[in-house]
Design a binder for this molecule. Sequence first.
Ligand code: PGA
Length: 254
Amino acid sequence: MRRPIIAGNWKMYKTIPEALEFVRIFKPLVVASTHCEIVIAPVFTAIKSMADRLEGSNVEVAAQDSAADPGPGAFTGEVSASMIRDAGGRWVIIGHSERRQYYGETDESVGAKIRSAVGAGLLPIVCVGERLEDRDATRAETVVEAQLTAGMRNLTVTEASRIIVAYEPVWAIGTGRTATPETAQEMHAFIRSRLGAMFGDRIAQTTRILYGGSVKPDNIVALMDQVDIDGGLVGGASLEADSFARIINYKERG
Ligand code: PGA
């Protein structure tokens, strides 16, 4: 009942021509992949060109961030959620650990961004995840719970029903060190139970929880085998059409 989502996070990679070249090669590789939703998050400047090129296909476009304020307004450098929709984006990644780490994103700003995104009709992919020192100190669940609560506590049940959660342990991002399927499953089950405590059983059972952190073609099958893992948020391995398509088409190899 939870349709998987495989989303690519391109971070600060790919110019517009590079993004369109990717689309040209990628589209035919996933044209028959109907078992999951397919999402790509390019840089802001490539959203419109990519969305135009992907129109009518089974691949949708996301932004990697959006403004906390719904705007319009005097917020230099910001891009609002409704502007992302205007450019053809349907999804947005919010609270990625790189934004928390390098750009001062807080649980509070994440909360405001989620509300604006939902208000504009975007589907937010909300990232949570502990650092290595948190896990070593056995406070991974405490950290993730605090991020979830602070980010989502002001949402109504209807708003919460639009949210996708991505569990991305910081120590697994870009390191080649994936969480084992069992470690990931444990945290996903915990996140689902917290969603239940906040919003009730229906939200707990229907919310898609993605795993992110060094997802590759050779580990996606074991991750997707876990009952509470509903997809992946893929960084490095989404930059190349063939490897991203192999991740999406995990079912054929499972
Ligand atoms: P990675 O990145 O797949 O390169 O580890 C994941 C992410 O940052 O979303």
